[in-house]
Design a binder for this molecule. Structure first.
Ligand code: PHE
Length: 458
């Protein structure tokens, strides 16, 4: 990608994704990651199961997906980074602050995401050493606690991951991002399928399925709905500039609503598959469903340990999961990097180094929240939880809110119909008209209500 290309509308030198499949793979590569295999299951466990999933799905349809389509259209129209896009569409107006807050949000997500990604990477080697070959959750809990509560080893993994991701970013968009994600996704999918089959045939698996599919709505509170909304944004990588940035690399003939829809469906399927691998094991082996962020690391080893060739599959699982986290991290780091290189005119390499070093520094506080900084709390939360809370519950929903307000109220229907249909090339006027009404009324009102109830205003 060229670092000084923001001033033209469609700069020929600005690199983008090269094929339709590449576009879907890269966008899916951003969406699929720790959110599916780690965050979705543990939040479902903490918030009571099926009813939470039900609310989550509503949030995906009414908020996450519409914001995703909005961002992709804005990005592709401007071919600019998350800040530059708004500067182009509304020069000399403060709308570009949406992009600035997005870049900050991406940075804060990375601070804790890279920590968890480091845990996943280290688990490839833990699995290979045989330390995880057990169906006893007390043992896997012990391994997890030991792995995360030391100082240097988790930091080493976090920094290694950041170095790796930074290097891919420096290599550029289509070469780095596309190639890696295109090969990765299908293999991860097959592995999850194997995992599901084993988990669903464990004795007592039906309890897990009940937990996932039999809703108990008494568990739903304002806070739970806000958590589901935050998760829907986190899952689809929206509300913070990633999809605006990725949209800017889209080809002009790409069908945006259809791409977004496909990505959303595939992403949801992967999350459900992860849930179906984890919850039967939770009930079969007596793990507490609401243990929180350690859930994946405690249960997945027990599932693999109860199948033939378990250690081999377990290594493969953590390997592929690590690579999936890299796909998501690339898209996160890309937001501040594209901003720094295109708006502040740093070279791409300098922008990447600066971003990665800053994340390593701030991110260390998230990693050390399991050890030396355990008792350092901000408003009752450690650093790790603070970054997650700020981004999930405030920055992404508020970002999404302003993006929909911008696209519907400021930019308007004409633009949506024109750009969303690739200047009339696609026959999707009625779909886009519905989309326009949703982003004009439904999504912003829903987000405002959820924010108000999540913060206890009513
Ligand atoms: N969607 C990614 C995941 O589920 C995380 C992410 C959030 C990536 C925001 C980019 C932007 O793992």
């Amino acid at each position: 990608m060229n670092s000084n290309s923001s001033s033209q509308t469609k700069p020929p030198s600005r690199e983008g994704f090269s094929t339709n499949l590449g576009v879907i793979a890269a966008t899916l590569g951003s969406a699929v990651g720790l959110g599916n295999i780690w965050k979705f299951p543990y939040m479902t466990g903490e918030n009571g199961g099926a009813a939470f999933i039900f609310v989550y799905l509503i949030c995906v349809f009414l908020c996450g997906l519409p914001v995703m389509i909005s961002e992709l259209i804005i990005g592709r129209t401007t071919h600019a980074n998350a800040v530059g896009a708004f500067k182009k569409l509304a020069p000399k107006q403060p709308w570009y602050m949406i992009g600035v807050s997005g870049a900050l949000c991406a940075f804060l997500i990375m601070a804790y995401y890279s920590c968890v990604s480091g845990w996943v990477f280290s688990y490839i080697f833990k699995a290979a050493s045989g330390a995880l070959t057990t169906t006893d959750p007390t043992k896997t809990t012990e391994v997890f606690t030991q792995a995360t509560s030391t100082i240097w080893s988790p930091l080493f993994w976090q920094w290694l991951i950041l170095f790796l991701t930074g290097s891919i970013i420096v290599m550029g968009v289509s070469k780095g991002i596309e190639r890696i994600t295109k090969t990765l996704m299908p293999i991860l999918f097959v592995l999850l399928l194997i995992c599901d089959i084993r988990a669903l045939t464990l004795p007592g698996a039906s309890e897990g399925l009940k937990f996932l599919f039999n809703p108990d709505f008494s568990k739903i509170t304002g806070g739970v709905i806000l958590a589901a909304l935050g998760l829907s944004f986190f899952k689809l990588s929206v509300g913070m500039g990633t999809m605006t940035t990725y949209g800017s690399y889209f080809r002009d003939d790409q069908n945006i609503p259809s791409t977004a829809f496909k990505v959303m469906i595939s992403d949801t399927v992967v999350s459900m598959m992860a849930g179906m691998a984890i919850f039967p094991a939770v009930f079969a082996y007596g793990v507490k469903a609401d243990v929180g962020p350690s859930l994946l690391f405690i249960t997945i080893p027990t599932v693999f340990s109860s199948m033939p060739l378990g250690t081999f599959f377990m290594i493969l699982f953590f390997l592929l999961s690590s690579l999936a986290t890299v796909g998501a991290m690339i898209s996160l780091i890309e937001v501040p990097v594209a901003y720094l290189s295109e708006e502040l005119k740093l070279t791409r390499t300098k922008a990447a180094i600066l971003t990665v070093v800053a994340i390593a520094l701030v991110g260390s506080t998230a990693t050390l929240s399991s050890s030396v900084l355990k008792d350092t709390l901000i408003a009752g939360r450690n650093f790790f939880d603070t970054y997650s809370f700020l981004t999930d519950n405030i920055l992404m929903p508020v970002g999404g809110l302003f993006i929909t307000i911008f696209i519907a109220w400021k930019w308007g229907k004409e633009n949506i119909l024109e750009k969303g249909s690739n200047y009339g090339q696609l026959d999707n006027t009625s779909l886009l008209t519905n989309f326009y009404h949703i982003v004009k009324f439904v999504t912003p009102i829903a987000i405002i209500l959820v924010l108000l109830s999540g913060f206890g205003v009513f």
